[in-house]
Write a protein that binds this ligand. Structure first.
Ligand code: GDP
Length: 239
């Protein structure tokens, strides 16, 4: 049938509408296609946000000095996806196909705070030297960063904590910083399996219910609640 497009009666029906006829398209007269707007329950959604830079130095000076909320978790835990839905910017942090590549601190400025994306840990192919370098970077940042107001620690709800997760838990405890454990990818479990896994994971990590947020970047579960906790932590309230 090649070459027959646009000829005869069928071609007439399929003709492209002139501009004047097309003007109504998208005017939302009962169209199911609506522009997703800001989520009013999420205080971080579609706020002005600026990528400040990627830095290798945990003592880097960023101006102005504002409270920082750091995000940390194992590679592939869903950190980039979570950051993107939190602020309602799908392309902000790159959802990676190749985990373990970044070794820099990425700073994003929001009104009144910075979100700091720390590099993911537990990358299986990392060399011993790279692991030591990573540990030093994160440890220095957690221990010495004056403006660090809270840490969002991400864990995949489906898995038991890895050795790297347990090592991170130790670093976080030693740093004395307020930490909120965020369980990611909740949509991957059934309604009945989810609470069982949350309980098992909380037990394994010795966490109370109010220290844990259950989230999914795909279904948006828990995202507005997490955003509210982040705003509170940046304001100096306990996470
Ligand atoms: P990162 O390495 O921690 O930054 O993780 P990414 O955000 O790059 O995500 C790693 C993979 O997990 C990607 O394939 C994502 O699409 C997927 N992912 C992230 N968050 C979710 C989620 O909430 N639900 C599901 N089902 N998959 C997710």
């Amino acid at each position: 049938m090649k070459g027959q497009r646009g000829s005869g009666a069928a071609g007439q029906q399929n003709r492209k509408a002139p501009r004047s006829e097309r003007a109504d398209v998208g005017a939302n007269r009962g169209s199911p296609f609506v522009q997703p707007g800001p989520d009013p329950s999420n205080p971080l959604h579609v706020q002005p946000i600026q990528f400040v830079g990627s830095f290798p130095d945990p003592q880097v000076r960023v101006e102005p000095e504002l409270p920082e909320i750091a995000f940390i978790g194992r590679s592939n835990v869903g950190k980039s996806s979570l950051l993107n839905v939190l602020v309602g910017r799908p392309g902000l942090a790159r959802v990676s196909g190749s985990p373990g590549k970044t070794t820099l601190l990425n700073f994003y400025r929001l009104p009144g705070m910075y979100l700091v994306d720390l590099p993911g840990y537990g990358f299986a192919r990392a060399s011993k030297g790279a692991r030591a370098g990573y540990r030093k970077l994160v440890n220095d940042y957690l221990r010495t960063r004056r403006s660090l107001a809270g840490v969002v620690w991400l864990l995949d709800v489906r898995h038991q904590p890895s050795n790297d997760d347990l090592e991170m838990q130790k670093l976080l405890a030693e740093s004395g910083r307020p930490v909120l454990a965020v369980l990611t990818k909740a949509d991957k479990l059934t309604r009945s399996a989810l609470p069982i896994r949350v309980h098992e994971l909380s037990q394994a990590l010795g966490l109370q219910q109010d220290q844990v947020e259950i989230t999914s970047s795909h279904s948006k579960t828990g995202i507005a609640e997490l955003a509210t906790s982040i705003v509170a932590a940046a304001a100096g309230e306990n996470v």
